[in-house]
Structure formats: structure tokens, C-alpha cells
Design a protein around this ligand. Sequence first.
Ligand code: IVH
Length: 723
Amino acid sequence: MYTVEQTQAFQQNTKHFLGNINNEIGADKIEDLRGILRFYEYQYYVLNHSLISDFEYDQLYKLLERTEKNDPELITKNSPTQRVGSSLNEGFANVQHLVPMLSLDNSYDADDLNDFDRKAKQASGLEQIEYCVEPKFDGASISLIYENDLLVRATTRGDGVSGDDITNNTKQIRSIPLSAPFSKFGIQQIEIRGEVIMTKDSFDKYNESLAVQGLPMVANPRNTAAGSLRIKDPKEVARRNLDAFLYHVSFVSRSNNVSRFSFLVNENTNNTEQETRNENNEKQETINDYSTHSSQLTMLWDCGFRSPNKEKKVCQNINEVIGYVQEFEGKRDELPYEIDGMVIKVNDLHLQDELGMTSHHPRWAIAYKFKARQATTRLINVEFQVGRTGAVTPVAKLAPVYLGGVTVSSISIHNEDYIKEKDLKIGDTVLIERAGDVIPQIVKSLPDLRVGNEVEIDFPKQCPVCKSELFKEEGEAVWRCINIECEAQVVEKIIHFVSKDAMDIKSFGDANVRLFYSLNLIKDIPGIYTLNLDEIVTLEGFGKKSIDNLKAAIETSKQQPLYRLIYGLGIRFVGETTAKTLANSVEHLLDFKNKTEEELQLLDDVGVKVAKSIHHFFSNEQNIKMLETLEQLGLQLKNTKKETVANGGLAGQTFLFTGTLTKLKRSDAEALAESKGGIIVSGVSAKLNYLVVGEDAGSKLEKAKKINTIKVISEDEFLELVG
Ligand code: IVH
């Protein structure tokens, strides 16, 4: 980016400015001063070189601030002072990407990579393909647009088609330049993709600062980076010291030519003199042909971005790729940031274009995911937690250990059988692992390391909360507390009832349920609707506004559709889909009082076990009383949808969607069918009326063809059907 001569000139100029730091500077010098500040930002944030003390940098920055304040007309959009933005009052604007942001297909071993290579060769007819291999950064993806060398927009991935406009927050990331010399390459507008990350060091420092303030610590750098991008106060974003790697050019336009590859060959003859330097500022061969991914990474690097230019490797064949990903996996822990694998990309951009993409991922790239990370630690104790259904779950308390980006200090060990199977004892050294986003697991204990004072894990015979006797059903591994008044169960049931997928009573939340219960303000589900809000006003942290919100959310929930209420009741084995089936099968919720297990089994997705559980719930007097109370309190127990169903024309008809729909999102299509009284089912069976077939439909279509009562229809036919 900078030549040795330029570096020397900047340092010389720095001395001059610092020597006259208290003097005002003229308008003709302001761009020099900005150039110097950009130079040090680049050295520090992209190259990790400190060429100047913080104090000296601050003095120069203040001089610029002062000069711009005296004459605001001098301010430019890419001035180093322009990173600071004001807080947002409302949400982020949703904006469309120039090109959709796709994901990557995954591979896990050499066989998968060989497969990928074979398919690419087959599709292209080539005998050998060159790849560019680079780290897969574990952060949050972003998309940046530069126009006429200025950063004009930064966006989160969102749903891939559009995302949140996070330009102000992105300006707080100092390794992202506010301006970059793309015009040198004849580029007028460019969209580039990358990953915002938090280095391990920044993560530790951030956690330390939280601890000092007595605030809860954050779990891992990835979630913290992603969360930080959506903070409304850019100053808080700046405090978190985020970083960004840019690794992909998705769109380029020159003044008269718009294409992703329009700068393949550097047409600007002057550019032959342009000099390229690596991160150590050594001269590199001049690149004039930007027709490979690897040269694009170099171009991004030369424009001042942190691209994986140093970490990348161009491999001549897939064996070299396999060697490189394995080598990098070994170095993973030495890196200052988290990576969760490597990305392998066909190097030739023309070939990338030829290979194209599916609706989900490009066919010219694949992610290679690293194996689960493992660590050993000590099992210090076991605690027993009681869930909403009374299930007692043992939770292993561990000596905290850092594993794949998170500090692990407790892991569920499921049930008594699991403890026996893994041969776990208190005091044991245990091997734990975490694969990707998956919850950490105990792989095994290490009995060879036992010293003799380890203690057997005694599974309680009584509920750890209400002390009533625990029961275990035959054939089950789980011990349960069957006292339905057990405090732990009641609290968990209320938490489930108010949760997002159930009655969605916003601003209630786990913590508030626990708090209100502990203060005796709420004892059961109907208690939500008789809650004395005047008493809550007196509690610390509850202002008038939060009480008003709570009141409104409770009121609104009374109108939730019946299936949400059913789901919220937490009947065992009744998930959201079964709740919908149940809601659609009655006029009024209490009609279930009179249904036999056999009748219930006639419903879709309701087998023997589920029917038994539903029947059990509605045979319990206390439950019926609770439902009657809820109705008196204004909740909707009638199936109001039934009316729509009757008018809908598709009343009771079952639908299943398969393959990729092109006009509607799957969830919207399902909602549309339901709005007309249709019922969504999960599998092909004789109970299915319509199979709606999108592109690339597979086994479900084959199966449906064998059952001649099923009507197989296209997406267009479906749209016609629902009108
Ligand atoms: S290429 C069409 N390169 O991984 C190009 N992605 O699991 C798609 N990621 O959504 C992206 N490091 O957010 C690419 N060197 C890298 C990457 C990378 C991290 C992320 C990216 C993507 C996700 C897919």
C-alpha cells in the first residue's frame, strides 16, 4: 500500500506537524495531515505496526479536529474525524444487496474435498483445477459498497437478499478504510464482502471491562462481533475494537461497463507502473491481470483492506489443498482470531462464472470445517435441575475451560443412564468437545487419571426443589417429579407459556417470571392475567413505560390464536405442529374433555403416545379449571379460525410442500394454505391431500406418486387453488 519513500515522507511530515502542534494549519496542509493519520491507522489496524505513540497520534488527530471545527467547510467525507456517528433512535433501515449474499456448502474431510474437486472437473471438463485456499473467519458477514472511492454503505447479511444498513457502526472498525483507491483500477462502484471479527485479545479485554463493571461476561467473540454490529450507539461499537477481513468482490462497475469481472484485465495502461507491496512493504510483482480470486485478494490488500492476502495459498490441485487445510488446522490456536475452518475457492474467475451457483451456495467454493475442539477439565460437582415437565436433569459443573470460543463451566449430562455409560464421577478429569455451534458435550471421563478421592454421582430419590418422591416410567431414562404444584415446574411452565412461540408475551421473559414468582405476585398461568401491576411499579427497575408495555403485551396475548394457547400449555409431546392440528380439530378447546384416545389418534401426526398425553391432560380436573379461568379472564378458547376454515374452501385439506418454491417462501406458502383452512402435515401418507411440488423435488414426490389419492400440484396450481 505504501512505498518506502512514502513511509519516509510521512514520518518526516509527522515530525513537522508535531513540532508545531500548537500552531494552526492552513487549508493547504489539511489533506497532508489527513494522509498522515490514515497512514498510521493503516499501519496500526491493518498491519499491527505501532509507528507512533498513542499520545502523538491523539495530538495530530486533535489538530485535525480543531482545524475542521474552525472551518467546517474543509471537512471531507473520508476525513479520519468522520468515523464518529450519532446514535440511532429507530431501527436499522433494511437495504437490498447489489448481489445476493450466498452461503457456502460444507466439507469435513479429504473425501468431501475430493468429491468437490471431481464435480468441478466434471462440470468444466478440465483435468486439473487451481484453487485459492484461505481461512474461514468466525464472525459476522458484512457487505460494503464503495462509490468513487468512498465507503457509502455497509450492510449485514440479513436474509441474503437484503440486510440492515449498519454504515455508521462499520465506520467504527478502523481496519475498514473510509475511502480506498479503487479508481486506480478504473472502478466506479464496487461491492465487497467480508467478515467482522473480534480478536481473542479484544474479546478478553472486553470481558475484563465487563467484569470490572460487575456486568455479565459475554460468551464468545463471534456472537459479540455479530451483536456489536446491531448496537444503536456507534460509540459503544468503537469501544469493542472490532476488526474486519474482506475476502470477496461480488460486484464491480466501471463508467461504461457493469459486471463482476469488468476489471479482469487492467485496461488502464498507466497502471503498469503501479507498484504493489506486501505486508512487509517489500516490492511485489506488478499485477495487471485480475482474473483470479487470489489477485483480487491482492487488489483488496493494495487498496488498504485487511484481506487474507498473507494467509491465502494458491494450490495447483486438490491434494495440495488438503495438505494446506490440515497444516492450517494445526496452527489454529496460534492465530490472534477465531477461525472455524478454511474456504476453498476455484481461483479462475471465468471458471467460477462457468460453474455458477445453486440458490444456496456457489458451486465454485466450499467450506472445510475443522474438527470439534476438545479440552480436558475437572468435574467439580453435579446439580439437578427440574424442568417444566418435571424431568430432573443432572448438570455437571466444571472447572471453567476455554473451548472453541466459549468458556465452558457447566454441561448437561442428561440422565442417570448417561452418567453410567460415560462412567462419570465427581472429581474426574473429563474430555469435553464442542463442534461448531453445537452445545458442548462430555466425550468421556479419563479413569486413568483418578487419584482415589473421586465420588460416585448419587441420583436423588426426591425432587431437589419440592422434595416429593421421583418416578421413572418403564422404558424411560428420565426421573420425574410428578407433583404438579412443584415450584420449579410451575415457574418453568409459566416461562414456556409466555415464550415467543407460545403466547409471545413480550417483556415478560424468564427473569421477570422468576422475580414475580419469588415475590408471590404470580402463582400459576392464570396469575399472569390477574397480576397486580401497581405492586410492580414499586419494584426497582420498573418504570411507568415498562409497566405500560407489560400491560399491553398481556392484553394483546388474550387474542392469540388457539394453537398458541395449546402449545403454551406445555402438554408433553405437543409441539407447534401438533398444536395446530389440535386447534383445527375442535370448535372449543374444552371439547377435548370428551375425546377418547382412539379419537385423538385419528388426527394427523398424533400417535398412541401423543394421544395418551393429550387425554391425560384433559382428564385432569385442575387443568380444566385452569382453562375455564383463562376463558373467564378473556382468553380465546374458541377456534375462531374455524369460521375462516368454513369459508376458506380448503377446510381440513392437508398440504405438504416439497422442493424449492420460486414464487413464495416456504413459510409464506404454508401460512397461505392455513389461512384458507388448510392443514400442513410433515410427511407423505394416505392422509395427505395435496403435495405442492417446487423445483428439484426428491423422494417425497416419488412416494406421493405411489398413493393415487394424493393430488400432486405445481406452485402455480397451488396459487390458483388458494385464489
Ligand atoms: S466466501 C459467495 N470466504 O462463511 C462467496 N466466506 O459458512 C461466499 N466466511 O457466509 C463467501 N470466511 O460469512 C467466504 N474466507 C471466506 C470466509 C467466508 C468466513 C463466512 C461467510 C459465509 C459463511 C458460510
